[in-house]
Design a protein around this ligand. Sequence first.
Ligand code: G16
Length: 542
Amino acid sequence: MVPEVVQCPVRPFDGQRPGTSGLRKKTSVFRQPGYLEAYVQASFDAMGGIAGRTMVLGGDGRFFALEAAQTILRMAAANGATRAIVGQGALLSTPAASHLIRLRGADFGIVLSASHNPGGPDGDFGVKLNLANGGPAPEAVTEAIHARSRTVDSYRTLDSGDIDLSATGTTTLGQMTVEVVDPVADYADLMAGLFDFDAIRALFAGGFRIRFDAMNAITGPYATEILERRLGAAPGSVVNAVPLPDFGGLHPDPNPTWAAELIALMEAPGAPDFAAASDGDGDRHMILGPALYVSPSDSFAVLAANAHLAPAYAGGLKGVARSMPTSSAADRVASALGIECHETPTGWKFFGNLLDAGRATLCGEESFGAGSDHVREKDGLWAVLLWLNILAVRGEGVAAILDDHWRRFGRTWYSRHDYEALPQEVADAVIAGLRGQLATLRGHKTAGLTVTAADDFSYVDPVDGSVSMGQGLRVCLSGEARFVLRLSGTGTEGATLRLYLERHDTSAGGDVQTALSSVAAAAEEIAGIRRITGRPAPDVVT
Ligand code: G16
């Protein structure tokens, strides 16, 4: 018997405005009766309805994802979708979901993840919407979802039970076909087509040692299949390899603070030749060499400078793009290569048009994200594989490659200081204080530096002309230095201030924080973060 479509009343919920990357809230907020349903119905309505459409569905396996997947499947069927392609166990990394949407010509995808935020009943949950190009819904759509969420008063669902997502195969839910697929296979095949797997295999066969920390999150099955099974890395190279609903209590954010164990391993004698970590949903990466942390901005610049060594990019890059707070290291590479370099607001959604229009091949962000036009999301394992391809072809280690890069392009010293979980009004006061000074800062001297320009970044998309205002406060300083201040759009507790520090020179060695001390002093003198917040130091330094 075909289950009945039912129309359930629901009240609109406040605050269903997608942030930098989808709607992220405490899991307990998402578990309120009707909360997920109201948001999903608003999303379907904002897309003009989903009748006759095909949806991809998956996520990073965090707590509440399986339940949410069943709810969304029932709603998709009741709203007239004809097909749902679901990762087995409701698992799909963000880049794999993006690939599946493109591969299967799906109309949209939903990824259940709060990315690098912790999971579990007391952690975070999130819903991301991607469109037919495989990329995150652009601002026009996320704003339409928010607008609809304020008026939605009912949702459509099926009067039916759960379906089995634990095994691959095809079934039906009402009139909708549900195809449960292996979450890893298509993505692994894509990677095999981009990179020189023979060269990487030879590298591992020659004794090259790698440690990949999947942080009990989604990349475990992908990394095990690709690195260990297909490329021959030693068994056990991938650690924390099973996705757990609460990430085993880990904070699945690949940075020196939250991947401290991996950092310690790489600092110790006998460290592997190369290490990497990824985040909750598999779109971020951190790269390490023995006693060496590669800043994400440098990682992106190195990838851009060496991408031609991988088969997929052997013909050269059409252009590169980076988010505004990301360091200018990649700009110098683009200039040497004679290719376009775009500066976008923070959020992968801003790269979509550039990738679709063939204006950029590689995109990167300071927040441990890099990717290419192979999908429309950043991609952690892709970055790791491109690094391995480069190491294999050049026959050099991470340190030698970085040293060579800095010799060629100079060094862009870079660090981000995060002040987390601040009372919203306190964080707003810091932002307002700096914004109020922007017009008069030019010529101001402090900490041996002079302000050369200051503004509130706005972006005009060169492809569709859309304008995004208020995307971060920039203060440029003499000596090729600058600082940037903005509020995070991905936190779920209070407000997080991000201070980005940068300075370029021709030296290579030394301590990053020391190299940036005058920029940090200038930022404090001008913006007064510690003075206003009363915090003696940042919570996280990357
Ligand atoms: C998301 C976005 C990225 C952004 C990052 C941090 O990544 O896709 O573009 O750089 O958040 O954003 P914010 O500084 O606003 O917190 P993810 O990996 O969390 O999806």
